[in-house]
Design a protein around this ligand. Structure first.
Ligand code: HSE
Length: 444
């Protein structure tokens, strides 16, 4: 085939999994075929589809592609140029992706768990076989955050990334705040609306967000995927009262994925976080996602949009297929490196243990309403050089003798705060555990 023929030849795509995102991908590619061709100069056709539910798959593709329940027949098919993996999970999906790569096919995936846990191995295999692996849809659905981090912000030294990158938990927190509901009341609703992962633990315990944060930190800082070192804390222990008190103090509580480059190492953490309500990201509500990226040259930048759903996620999948299409014939040296940095420049930066991170804090304690308690608490903080930023004491209800005390602190090292909390909890006048929520200003 001459060079020109190979440029004109349609790109044959095999689609593995035609569920929600797969269906969206098929429809977007079909509906926007003309617009996509105008951009790429080359036709992109899903010629084969694999799905366990063969009847539903046939109904969806409506005769426009061959349907099989044997995904391996697609990754082994010499006529397929690009494989889109939308099966999810990391057992069979990993096997299929590695097989496709071994067969010199380019891969586009929305599989955040697969990339966060096995990305290092997958990229090594892809490099050895000179193929591309694209994963825009793995982070924040339809928001082109991978593209922004890898290309749009390439001139910057990225200092930190912070994002609302799980729609289910953002929906739950929004409902808790707006309707005064408890966590358990809202989870079922999120599941009914179809936001939650198959296993909702991944959402509510912050694991899904940690997958996405791992991927963003790797391409922001040029380091390998380090999911197993990410600190992950979900929203299941958050109480309505904390959301209410935070609001009274001018803050919103969001489940944030935060990754910061510091002199000592990289902070990589997912946990509920107080953010000032005046920040744009504090006003991202419902199932929407948003990511703030701070670059040394550009300052803070914000990316907002749908983090899940059929066509928003398909928007990212199809854009990746288009990128791959444009670069099919390019010299491998001219392609975007998998982790945005040249492979020999990817540095194994240390991840800081959670004890070593630096944060400001919200503390809620329950104290017997008697003289000297506040003095004891503030002395404990002062002795550890923890400076108080704001404080609020709630009058006990008529039938009660204990009051809620809420304290906001300035930044300190987490192990200092742990020691202070232990000392506060050991005071006779303090009942139960101290509730601690980390707090970020997100402005510098
Ligand atoms: N369960 C995820 C969310 C879906 O709630 O954001 C997208 O990854």
């Amino acid at each position: 085939m001459s060079d020109l023929d190979s440029k004109l030849k349609a790109v044959n795509v095999g689609l593995l999994g035609i569920g929600t995102v797969g269906g969206g991908t098929f429809n977007v590619l079909d509906r926007n075929a003309q617009e996509i061709f105008r951009r790429t100069g080359r036709q992109i056709k899903i010629t084969r589809v694999a799905d366990r539910n063969i009847e539903a798959a046939r109904a969806l593709v409506n005769g426009k592609a061959e349907v099989t329940d044997d995904a391996f027949s697609i990754v082994n098919d010499p006529n397929i140029d690009v494989v889109i993996e939308l099966i999810g999970g990391y057992t069979i999906a990993k096997e299929l992706v590695l097989k496709a790569i071994a067969n010199k096919k380019h891969v586009v995936t929305a599989n955040k768990a697969l990339i966060a846990l096995h990305g290092n191995e997958i990229f090594a295999a892809a490099k050895a076989n000179n193929v591309m692996v694209a994963f825009e849809a793995a982070v924040a659905g339809g928001i082109p955050i991978i593209k922004a981090l890898r290309e749009g912000l390439a001139a910057n030294k990225i200092e930190w990334v912070a994002g609302i990158i799980n729609g289910t938990t953002n929906f739950i927190l929004t409902e808790m705040r707006e309707k005064g509901l408890a966590f358990s009341d809202v989870l079922g609703e999120a599941q009914r609306l179809g936001y939650a992962e198959a296993d909702p633990t991944f959402d509510v315990e912050g694991i899904d967000a940690a997958h996405k944060l791992t991927i963003m930190s790797a391409i922001a800082f040029g380091m390998p995927m380090k999911f197993e070192q990410a600190y992950t804390e979900g929203i299941t222990k958050l109480q309505q009262v904390d959301i209410k008190y935070a609001e009274e103090l001018g803050y919103r509580v969001k489940l944030l994925g935060i990754s910061k480059r510091t002199d000592k190492g990289v902070e990589l953490r997912v946990h509920p976080t107080l953010i000032p309500e005046k920040r744009l990201i504090a006003n991202v509500n419902g199932a929407m996602n948003a990511v703030v990226v701070k670059g040394d040259a550009v300052g803070p930048t914000l990316y907002y949009g749908a983090g899940a759903g059929a066509e928003p996620t398909a928007s990212s999948v199809v854009a990746d297929v288009m990128d791959v299409t444009r670069l099919l014939d390019a010299d491998t040296a001219h392609r975007m490196p998998y982790l945005a940095f040249q492979p020999d420049q990817v540095v194994d930066l240390p991840i800081l243990p959670i004890d070593e991170i630096q944060s400001a804090y919200y503390l809620r304690l329950r104290a017997t309403d008697k003289p000297g308690v506040l003095a004891d608490v503030t002395k404990i903080l002062g002795d550890r050089s923890i400076s108080i930023d704001a404080m609020m004491q709630k009058e006990p209800a008529e039938s009660e003798t204990e009051a809620d005390i809420v304290i906001l602190t300035h930044i300190t090292v987490e192990k200092n705060m742990n020691a202070a909390i232990a000392a506060i909890e050991s005071l006779d006048a303090i009942t139960g555990k101290v509730m601690r929520i980390r707090m970020e200003e997100l402005n510098k």
